[in-house]
Design a protein around this ligand. Structure first.
Ligand code: CMC
Length: 382
């Protein structure tokens, strides 16, 4: 028998792929997509440009971007039978479950061979990036008893999603802030949902099954699901004074409870996306007025830095995203679906990369059970 490699819980630090999609240096808080720093992309690019960069590996020319954006717009609509599927789901269900179901259903409506056919592969990627926001917005309206709003053919990707929620075209600041938030969430190397996408993709199943699986992985509270819990947590902290926030944090840490929106497997410093999101929150509040939660968040960040900063536990991307989304009028339980709307580009970039040099994932295990047990017939078992 070959000598077993050491078991690493959570595969922490174990390389699972060769990749050129996303580079992170968690010691210094560096994040790059395809070699471009996140700060530069957030300042200068739209989400459409970033999605193109992730999928195709290079920033688009103006002509390429126009064509890509037009393809996305053309693919925004949903087949009425996919809307019908959403209508059959219980309105009390979580939107991430509705999204998983609808994306998996897409595989039935768009059959094809993405492995052998590059055109189908490209179209599937565009379809998924274009339709995931429409599904999320349609579900939000259906569960409230309203008809879905037809996607706009004029608005950009970010503004169109906000428009599909309530039929109001967002202003330039809201559109830009949401667009940057999508860019910040578009990709983040080998996290649980991206690893899921690569594992599922390595079986050569269709891209809709890949994205549906990744959405399922993203739903969990230790991954994408943290953003809505951050807001719930901050909402309960109604006294923003330093003494009260510190007491709350100390109690929670003493009980070994996780404080949502803090900590990261990779970053030992503040997540660069949290820094950018904090700036966006400030921009929104300057325009639309502040919220008490923002003051509480700032105080908790200060206290946590004193309490656990030396352990490398700082705010992650989820810490300020909920505050921004709430100000944009997005319902709390859509925060994680919004994460999926952005991350679908990253998942697909990894799927395409996986397919270029595919080998099905098949790790080993450390056996801790009994072996060679004597079988006892049912009639003789005590
Ligand atoms: N609050 C309090 N203590 C923490 C936290 C936290 N948020 N995060 C880590 N720690 C402590 C943990 O208790 C442990 O301490 P000790 O060594 O004394 O037992 C140590 O730090 C290592 O924690 P871990 O859970 O083993 O670290 P991990 O790398 O396995 O987990 C994490 C990373 C993100 C799951 C974790 O930090 C966490 O649960 N954070 C809260 C949930 C959250 O905000 N998730 C969003 C992650 S970023 C977006 C995304 O990827 O979706």
């Amino acid at each position: 028998m070959a000598e077993a490699l050491p078991y690493v819980p959570g595969l922490a630090g174990v390389p699972a792929a060769r990749t050129s999609v996303c580079l992170i240096d968690g010691e210094v808080g560096k994040l790059e997509y395809r070699g471009y720093p996140i700060e530069v992309l957030a300042e200068h690019c739209t989400y459409e440009e970033v999605a193109y960069l992730l999928i195709f590996g290079a920033l688009p020319t103006k002509t390429q971007l126009d064509a890509f954006s037009a393809e996305l717009v053309a693919e925004r609509g949903l087949k009425f039978r996919i809307v019908d599927v959403l209508k059959t789901l219980p309105e009390s269900g979580h939107p991430m479950d509705a999204l998983t179901a609808a994306v998996a259903t897409m595989g039935m409506f768009y059959p094809g061979d993405h492995v052998a056919d590059p055109d189908f592969r490209r179209l599937s990627a565009i379809r998924l990036i274009a339709k995931v926001p429409t599904i999320v917005a349609a579900w939000d309206r259906i569960r409230r008893g309203d008809d879905p709003i037809k996607p706009s053919t004029e608005l950009g990707h970010a503004a169109n999603f906000l428009y599909m929620l309530d039929g109001n075209e967002p202003g330039p600041v809201a559109s830009r802030v949401f667009d940057v938030a999508l860019t910040l969430h578009a990709e983040h190397s080998m996290n649980a949902s991206t690893f899921t996408a690569r594992v599922v993709g390595s079986t050569l199943t269709d891209p809709y099954a890949v994205v549906a699986s990744a959405v399922g992985a993203l739903s969990g509270p230790l991954h994408g699901g943290a953003n809505e819990r951050v807001l719930e947590m901050l909402s309960k902290l109604d006294d923003p004074s330093a003494a009260s926030v510190r007491r709350w944090a100390e109690d929670r840490l003493a009980r070994k409870e996780k404080i949502m929106g803090f900590g990261h497997r990779v970053y030992r410093v503040k997540d660069p996306r949290a820094t950018i999101l904090q700036g966006l929150a400030q921009e929104l509040f300057d325009q639309k007025g502040s919220t008490p939660i923002y003051a509480v968040a700032g105080e908790l960040e200060r206290q946590m830095s004193e309490l656990v900063g030396d352990k490398g536990i700082y705010p992650n991307v989820d810490y300020y995203s909920g505050i921004v989304y709430q100000k944009l009028g997005i319902p709390t339980d859509l925060f994680t679906p919004v994460f999926a709307i952005a991350r679908v580009a990253g998942w697909l970039a990894h799927l395409l990369e996986q397919l270029e040099d595919n080998r099905i994932y098949r790790p080993s295990q450390v056996w801790v059970g009994e072996a060679d047990r004597a079988f006892v017939p049912l009639s003789d078992r005590g």
